[in-house]
Ligand binder design. Structure first.
Ligand code: FES
Length: 103
């Protein structure tokens, strides 16, 4: 059976007060929103396509900020919009894993 979404992406947006580390201390929500809007602009959102979601702590805080792409279960870290653009164009559109951001 085909999965409902071709790719389901979860961004950890968990925030902890400093000095504890958490993904939200690295602009996770802002870049999750950017990714969601970009996917929509490209006409790639919805059933059979791509879904971008916020998540709580995904358990890899020391590697953060983190996101995970299912069904492959590939994890990435990222710094800025260029990194998100690369994950969208390479992995989500063309199925090529972005090795330099993979964790
Ligand atoms: S705070 Fe993001 S993985 Fe735990």
């Amino acid at each position: 059976m085909e999965p409902y979404f071709k790719h389901h992406v979860f961004f950890c947006c968990n925030k902890r007060p400093a000095p504890d580390t958490s993904c939200e201390n690295h602009a996770a929500s802002e870049l999750q929103t950017y990714a969601k809007e970009r996917v929509r602009e490209l006409g790639l959102s919805g059933k059979g396509q791509i879904r971008i979601n916020k998540a709580g702590c995904l358990g890899r805080c020391d590697d953060g900020p983190v996101l995970v792409v299912y069904p492959e279960g590939v994890w990435y870290t990222y710094v800025d919009r260029e990194d998100i653009d690369e994950i969208i164009s390479e992995h989500l559109q063309h199925g090529r894993i972005v090795k330099r951001l993979k964790i």
